[in-house]
Design a binder for this molecule. Structure first.
Ligand code: APR
Length: 247
């Protein structure tokens, strides 16, 4: 079922909300989506910039790509959709959980706190060889001479989960999925696993699956659209403030 969000999302005092966001929520902040017509991958092949093999083959190309994304994210501001989610969290406290596939920090900058970045974070770097902890890093690595080495001799790489790597925080994500009563998915094409399957998991394996309501917000239907109870057509920054408005 589709509708425009002139209505408010019905939330009772015992509801727990699990939110999953994708690149679409940051689109109106000026950050390109991956698979849209102005998608990021258009200039670069996924396998060149978002796989461990691409990193081994050409770290300079990979760092240039993520450095450009760092500059774009530094210049961007959270939009009304990020703010609406942060305000919802303020009202619901720990009955709100946000899982984002995005690597930008716009949710935090809007005020969200109970969140995990399942695909890593743009402003974190780590070593490609040892277990040194990931660290905050806003530097741009535009040429090879900018590149940094770890004390162990390994290369410093972006702390991003690439294709073929295991997403972060999966245990926590499934704990939160198992106790939510409302699942709200925003701005993701529904093709990248495992996030694309969370809605199927909620429908089929949730301990109280009959009680879970699943919603999608975005201007196009995602590949997994049929799994949602309701779809709110429209841009996140236009739909969410009304949908999540306080009583
Ligand atoms: N509001 C809401 N949704 C929007 C908006 C908007 N203003 N603009 C675009 N969208 C939607 C598009 O319709 C599309 O379905 O956002 C979605 C973006 O899809 P993708 O570009 O595929 O991004 P995402 O689903 O987040 O990608 C998942 O793929 O490459 C990996 O790791 C990367 O986290 C990323 C993952």
């Amino acid at each position: 079922m589709c509708s425009h969000a002139t209505t408010r999302l019905p939330l009772g005092p015992y509801d727990r909300v699990f939110v999953l966001t994708g690149a679409g929520i940051s689109a109106e902040s000026g950050l390109a989506t991956f698979r849209g017509s102005d998608g990021l991958w258009e200039g670069e092949r996924v396998q060149d910039v978002a796989t461990p093999r691409g990193w081994k083959r050409d770290p300079e190309r990979v760092w240039r790509f993520y450095s450009l994304r760092r500059s774009a994210a530094l210049a961007a501001q959270p939009n009304a959709a990020h703010t609406a989610l942060a305000e919802l969290e303020e009202r619901l406290g720990d009955r709100f959980f946000l899982c984002t596939q995005n690597v930008d920090d716009l949710h935090e900058r809007a005020g969200s706190a109970n969140l995990v970045h399942m695909h890593g974070e743009l402003f974190q770097s780590c070593c490609d060889s040892c277990t040194r902890a990931s660290f905050r890093d806003e530097q741009l690595y535009l040429t090879k001479s900018d590149h940094a080495l770890c004390d162990c001799g390994g290369r410093i790489r972006p702390d991003i989960v690439w294709f073929g790597e295991v997403p972060y925080h999966m245990e926590r994500i499934f704990e939160e999925l198992a106790r939510c009563t409302v699942m709200l998915v925003i701005g993701t094409s529904g093709v990248v696993q495992p996030a694309a399957s969370f809605v199927h998991w909620a429908n089929e394996h949730h301990p109280q699956r009959e009680a879970v309501r699943t919603y999608y917000v975005g201007p196009e239907h995602p590949a997994n659209a049929a799994a949602f109870h309701k779809i709110f057509d429209g841009r996140a920054s236009e739909v969410l403030p009304a949908l999540l408005a306080a009583d």
